[in-house]
Design a protein around this ligand. Structure first.
Ligand SMILES: NC(=O)c1ccc[n+]([C@@H]2O[C@H](COP(=O)([O-])OP(=O)(O)OC[C@H]3O[C@@H](n4cnc5c(N)ncnc54)[C@H](OP(=O)(O)O)[C@@H]3O)[C@@H](O)[C@H]2O)c1
Length: 329
């Protein structure tokens, strides 16, 4: 039988950035027993996607070329695998694909039922497509790594969120304010009003001397830092932390982990906690419900049709997105 084809964007080797993306026609994937086939309405890009292309995760990812990137997807269920019980054809969903399979920058994608959740059918897919990687990372950093209770109970904590204008940071500010927290946030001058409007109590311009030093304007010491910016030495964090202060580093490198581990000998109660996202339905559904209730918003930096995928890819590599970059289909 002739295979049905779809438009997809893929690359064939490491490197090359947006120029290496190729528009191709490939067979529509077939869902296995525990998967659903989704006709995509929106997908979002994360720095992970272009870091994989750059070879940052070599030799683990990609497992083979050609590789269709992107893992955050939202759309409509077209077909369900034999073992799928939660979904039926026509359901509107959001899902988190594995970076091992990739496949989100295409008209159709197959996603495991275990990391797919329903979303409100009348709300735009773009509102939800940013949640899987960035939203779950922000949620896990706050609730699991730091222990913030997002129902507002729990003892008050001073939190610093760096790069609060980015994909992870803008969700982290909003989620942190559901808990009993005082939030200090760093971002560029152009985004300070936005980050305040998301709930931050204090905002610092990261290009000023105080911003670069991560100093709270009110002189607060941080009980926890959700560190979404890159490459800060321990010597910057240390003087700003409370006695048992914790830095949750969402972009840990072997070098930074080693350096923090050595410093920990000197400041044993202050800690670095590397975070590696673990996608799951419970966290994704929690975030979808918050969006539905109007308690969490996806700030959309820009939207690109799949025909202009290169532009969205280049925008993400540039590192200056405010909120999420979305592809629409
Ligand atoms: N561990 C995990 O599982 C995991 C999961 C998700 C993400 N990550 C990693 O987390 C990092 C952040 O991801 P993201 O999606 O939030 O990135 P993003 O959306 O690309 O971040 C861009 C934003 O960061 C701001 N920014 C850059 N440097 C800054 C600094 N020094 N201080 C304050 N703001 C700064 C930029 O502001 P300006 O435009 O004003 O410069 C821009 O608004 C990436 O390295 C990503 O790979 C890890």
């Amino acid at each position: 039988m002739e295979k049905r084809l779809m438009h997809a964007v893929q690359y064939n080797a490491y490197g090359g950035g947006s120029n290496a993306l190729k528009h191709v026609e490939v067979p529509i994937p077939i869902p296995s027993k525990d998967e659903v086939l989704i006709k995509l309405e929106a997908a979002s890009i994360n720095p992970l996607d272009w870091k994989i292309q750059k070879g940052t995760l070599w030799p683990i990812l990609p497992t083979k070329f050609p590789y269709i990137p992107c893992v955050d997807v939202a759309g409509e269920v077209m077909e369900v695998g034999k073992g799928v019980t939660k979904f039926k054809v026509g359901d509107k969903v959001v899902g988190s694909m594995s970076p091992f399979s990739g496949g989100g920058l295409a008209e159709f994608a197959v996603v495991k039922e275990s990391v797919t959740v329903s979303r409100p059918p009348k709300m735009s897919a773009s509102e939800f497509a940013g949640l899987p990687v960035a939203g779950i990372t922000a949620l896990q950093a706050l609730s699991q790594s730091i222990g913030i209770k997002l129902d507002g109970s729990g003892e008050r904590k001073n939190i610093l969120i760096t790069a609060a204008s980015g994909g992870v940071g803008h969700y982290a500010v909003q989620l942190a304010k559901l808990g009993n927290t005082h939030v200090t946030a760093t971002c560029g001058a152009r985004n300070m009003e936005l980050v305040k409007s998301l709930g931050a109590d204090e905002v610092i311009d990261y290009k000023t001397p105080d911003g670069a030093a991560l100093k709270s304007p009110s002189g607060k010491k941080y009980d926890a830092v959700i560190h979404c910016a890159n490459d800060f030495p321990w010597s910057i964090f240390e003087p700003n932390l409370s006695m048992n202060g914790k830095v949750v580093d969402i972009s840990p490198t072997p070098g930074s982990v080693m350096s923090f581990a050595l410093k920990k000998l000197t400041f044993p109660k202050k800690q670095l906690v590397p975070l590696f996202l673990l996608p799951n339905c419970r966290d994704l559904q929690y975030l979808v419900d918050l969006v539905k209730q109007g308690k969490l918003t996806t700030v959309i930096d820009s939207k690109y049709p799949i025909t202009k995928a290169e532009d969205g890819w280049a925008r993400s590599i540039d590192g200056h997105a405010t909120g999420k970059i979305i592809f629409e289909f």
